[in-house]
Design a protein around this ligand. Structure first.
Ligand code: NAD
Length: 246
């Protein structure tokens, strides 16, 4: 493990254009369970599909109920050593951008500039109108539901408001996907932190980076389907590895 960290150090030193790609694994050290964890919210419930949310008020109210629980978890969570390491990497001028599958907003909370965090699965800490995209607060949504018993509507256009994540069955956000693909194509080092790399099209990104000449590093507690393609795989805790190399 020591020599793997030394190798990672020289890869980071030699790189000038690094893209980071994070998954739920970077947030477990902040107390947010990952997708696979048996205690996670995701594992206990059948996810609400996007078309169910659009067509059924009952589904909308259930989706909101879950979002409020999840958001309390996210609000209480603090960025950990892994998130903070990215901030230091950013200050060094080598970080081109951070692509995340996470919806917890912890990268921004750690101080990474919001315009450098590309959230390909959205963000669960605020709401967005499905018609006009206007942003709104979850606290306001919670107040509306408590007072009226109805799912909130956009104050500007009357459209449905949903937590600003990408639900199952909902189209991925094109601008974010394009930006993520550009970062993957143009970087010289692509580092995956805490992703099982089984969710697509997100898991295409490390492959795009590799095909375009970047070195690929995967840091994950357990092996991923892309390990064979990686120049370096470190099977370890993200916080400890990132803290030690930076
Ligand atoms: P995943 O749960 O499929 O995989 C996480 C990986 O991280 C696992 O392979 C696990 O072994 C590893 N891991 C966990 N903690 C680690 C640590 N401290 N150090 C090293 N490795 C660690 O997550 P995914 O690939 O991001 O896909 C899950 C989907 O669910 C995503 O689309 C994401 O949007 C969503 N999700 C988000 C959050 C969040 O926002 N924090 C949490 C759970 C799920």
């Amino acid at each position: 493990q020591h020599s793997a960290r030394t190798t990672l150090c020289s890869m980071v030193n030699n790189a000038s254009n690094i893209t980071i790609f994070t998954g739920a694994g970077i947030s477990t050290e902040s107390g947010i369970p990952d997708f696979r964890s048996p205690t996670g919210l995701w594992s206990k419930m059948v996810p609400i599909q996007f078309d169910e949310f659009v067509s059924s008020e009952t589904a909308r109210l259930e989706d909101w109920r879950r979002r409020f629980i999840m958001n309390r978890e996210f609000s209480a969570a603090k960025p950990n050593e892994g998130h903070k390491a990215l901030l230091r990497l950013n200050r060094s001028g080598k970080l081109a951008g951070t692509i995340t599958q996470n919806i917890d907003g912890l990268h921004q909370k750690s101080g990474l500039p919001a315009d450098q965090v590309i959230e390909i699965h959205g963000n669960s800490t605020y709401g967005a109108c499905l018609s006009c995209s206007a942003k709104s607060s979850l606290l306001e949504a919670e107040r509306v539901i408590a007072e009226t018993g109805k799912a909130p509507r956009c104050s500007l256009c009357g459209g449905l408001i949903k937590a600003a994540t990408i639900s199952f069955g909902q189209p991925m956000p094109e601008p974010e996907l394009l930006r993520a693909a550009q970062l993957a194509k143009s970087c010289d080092l692509f580092i995956v932190l805490g992703s099982s790399l089984v969710v697509y099209p997100a898991a295409d990104l490390p492959q795009i980076a590799k095909q375009n000449g970047a070195e690929l590093v995967i840091i994950n507690r357990e092996p991923t389907p892309l390990n064979q393609m990686a120049d370096l795989y470190i099977r370890d805790e993200i916080g400890s590895v990132m803290q030690s190399i930076l």
